[in-house]
Design a protein around this ligand. Structure first.
Ligand SMILES: [Zn+2]
Length: 227
């Protein structure tokens, strides 16, 4: 059971404040955050938008500089590939309703999504500690928001060059399947993830203690039987 963190879902609108039809191709595309970033479309063979589309920076950003506020978010009707988890309740997922949807995962991300507990009006995406160059891919570490992804995916970010602790995880399932150290090595760990991680560790300790009692009990029983 995840730790109950004060949910802010009641503060999120049910629909995007501004209509945002997801762009499917470069044709007729109008960036949601002009001057900050834009989508580079990579159509698949059948012409539909594919997962290899990406978000790139329109200009350089200093370390920690804001790329965007999540100012067009809405409460997600269901957890989906497109939604972002902001708490540990069953319905604590949002839809970005902006080009930020095209931010891909990286195990060595260039940006971070800050979902401050209890303050949805401040939720934002900031440039990572290395900043961003113009034209650079904007990525974030999905387990910094996602606890347990229904369908994990094989990551092909290939991260391993910049620093040793940022090696590619290979398969990404969410924070539930990583150690706190693995999460922290990749930068931001949002508060709801940290809380769920603490709860998971406490549950593991309780289980370990219960098993130890059981094992000791059996051992004593055997010992008593011998004597
Ligand atoms: Zn990776």
């Amino acid at each position: 059971m995840p730790v109950p963190v004060a949910s802010v879902k009641d503060q999120l609108p049910a629909a995007a404040p501004k209509s945002w039809p997801k762009p499917m191709s470069a044709e007729g595309y109008s960036p949601s955050n002009p001057g900050a970033f834009h989508v580079v479309f990579a159509p698949s063979a059948d012409g539909s938008e594919s997962f290899s589309s990406k978000l790139v920076a329109d200009r350089a950003f200093a370390p920690g500089e804001r790329l965007a506020l999540l100012d067009n978010k809405s409460l997600a009707p269901v957890k989906a590939y497109s939604s972002v988890q902001f708490g540990n309740g069953p319905h604590d997922h949002l839809e970005l309703n902006s080009d930020l949807l095209f931010m891909n995962h990286s195990c060595d991300p260039s940006a971070e999504m800050y979902l401050y507990a209890g303050a949805p009006e401040r939720w934002e995406v900031l440039a990572g500690p290395r900043g961003l160059a113009e034209g650079q891919d904007i990525t974030f570490f999905y387990p910094s928001t996602e606890w347990d992804m229904a369908q994990g995916f094989d990551c092909s970010c290939g991260a391993k060059v910049s620093t040793q602790q940022h090696t590619c995880l290979g398969r990404v399932y969410g924070a539930a399947h990583l150690t706190l150290e693995e999460l922290e090595a990749r930068g931001l760990v949002n508060e709801h993830i940290r809380a769920a991680k603490a709860e998971q560790a406490a549950a593991a300790r309780a289980k370990g203690a219960a098993n130890a009692v059981k094992t000791n009990g059996v051992a004593n029983g055997v010992a008593n039987g011998v004597h």
